[in-house]
Design a protein around this ligand. Structure first.
Ligand code: IPM
Ligand code: MG
Length: 364
């Protein structure tokens, strides 16, 4: 099969982690006789430095032409980076939001799994961690607070800022359908998370999700308030299968879920539209403090590449081979700094980003 993949190295640790994911994909292609064509585009700070904008129209076109987009990470340190002196719509993150919108990537899938091999990196109490968990957060990605009207004005001499949380029923329906479809291939359970005790948008969300549920008699649905969900994630994460939620809640809850999975450096993601096209990226940021030091954990990007094989190319066997190789490397005790623990008896080997990529590639 020919795989035409547009890559976004981005900023900070982005180029390092992406090149390890490419290494792993090339090894996969060699073993399973596929042809990969990588085309790089600029986004975020790298694009600002080269073109003055975080995403050019040409880059959008190149992304649209590909079968899938694989990304490292974008953005810099908001305190020291000159990118954050620019007006908001010219900052690095605006490039990512524009790409999500232009490509209509409304469904963001963020799996959070506690690998047996990483139980020691889980910050939860032993009796909670020992139950393990395997959940999928399905986050709406092109609506809500991120894309509603916003402005900052001066009224009666006071600075005042507005952000608008808006959803129409079609936006809720399509992401709910996605969640029920996916849940029916997992453990048949959707927990929809909202703030229906306060927000109108959540009350609409809840009623549309209830309507969609009627088409999926085998899937159980319950609703949970977002504040309770934040608590349940640390109290009893094993209760979750599919979490369905809106954009901002999903942003926050997925960081929490990644932390209880051991490290944000482990969490992949897929952002999908109605077709097989998708954008795949780690859920973490660009960690400018460790950029270029060969310290980053490339596993979230490598696992994002595996999700790409599943969702955009239907190469399930190849995706499973990558996931298996990652588990094997962890089982053998190799750890990047973020998942390393130096307890004397741990028997772990600390490795850098490049070595971690090589180890995974070798095991495919
Ligand atoms: C994420 C990130 C982005 C988001 C930022 C970089 C705009 O935090 O993908 O979770 O908030 O969606
Ligand atoms: Mg986030």
């Amino acid at each position: 099969m020919n795989l035409n993949i547009t890559c976004i190295p981005g900023d900070g640790i982005g180029p390092e982690i992406l090149s390890e994911a490419k290494k792993v994909l090339l090894k996969m292609a060699e073993v399973y006789s596929h042809e990969i064509l990588f085309t790089d585009i600029l986004m975020g700070g790298a694009s600002i430095d080269a073109h003055g904008v975080p995403l050019t129209e040409d880059a959008v076109l190149k992304a649209k032409k590909a079968d899938a987009v694989l990304m490292g990470s974008i953005g810099g340190d908001p305190v020291v980076s000159p990118w954050y002196k620019l007006e908001p719509k010219l900052r690095p993150e605006a490039g990512l939001l524009k790409l999500r919108k232009e490509l209509n990537l409304f469904a963001n899938l963020r799996p959070a799994v506690l690998y047996d091999e990483l139980k020691e990196a889980c910050p939860l109490r032993e009796e909670i961690a020992s139950c393990g968990f395997d959940m999928l957060i399905i986050r709406e990605l092109t609506g809500g607070l991120y894309f509603g009207e916003r402005k900052t004005v001066i009224e009666n001499g006071l600075r005042k800022a507005y952000d608008t949380l808006v959803y129409d029923e079609n936006e809720v329906r399509r992401i709910a359908v996605k969640a029920f479809e996916i849940a029916s291939k997992r453990k048949n359970q959707v927990i929809s998370v909202d703030k229906a005790n306060v927000l109108d948008s959540s009350r609409l969300w809840r009623s549309v999700v209830d309507e969609v549920k009627k088409d999926y008699p085998d899937v159980t649905l319950s609703h949970m308030l977002v504040d309770n969900c934040a608590m349940q994630l640390v109290k009893n994460p094993a209760q979750f299968d599919v979490i369905l939620t809106e954009n901002m809640f999903g942003d926050i809850l997925s960081d929490e879920a990644s932390m209880i999975a051991g490290s944000i450096g482990m969490l992949p993601s897929a952002s999908l539209n109605e077709t097989k096209f998708g954008l795949y990226e780690p859920s973490h940021g660009s960690a400018p403090d460790i950029a270029g030091l060969d310290l980053a954990n490339p596993l979230a990007t490598i696992l994002s590449a595996a999700m790409m094989l599943t969702y955009s190319f239907s190469l399930d066997k190849e995706a499973a081979a990558i996931e298996k190789a990652v588990k094997q490397v962890l089982r053998e005790g190799y750890r990047t700094g973020d998942i390393y623990s130096d307890k004397a008896a741990s028997g772990l080997t600390k490795v850098g980003c490049r070595k971690m990529g090589e180890l995974v590639a070798e095991r495919i």
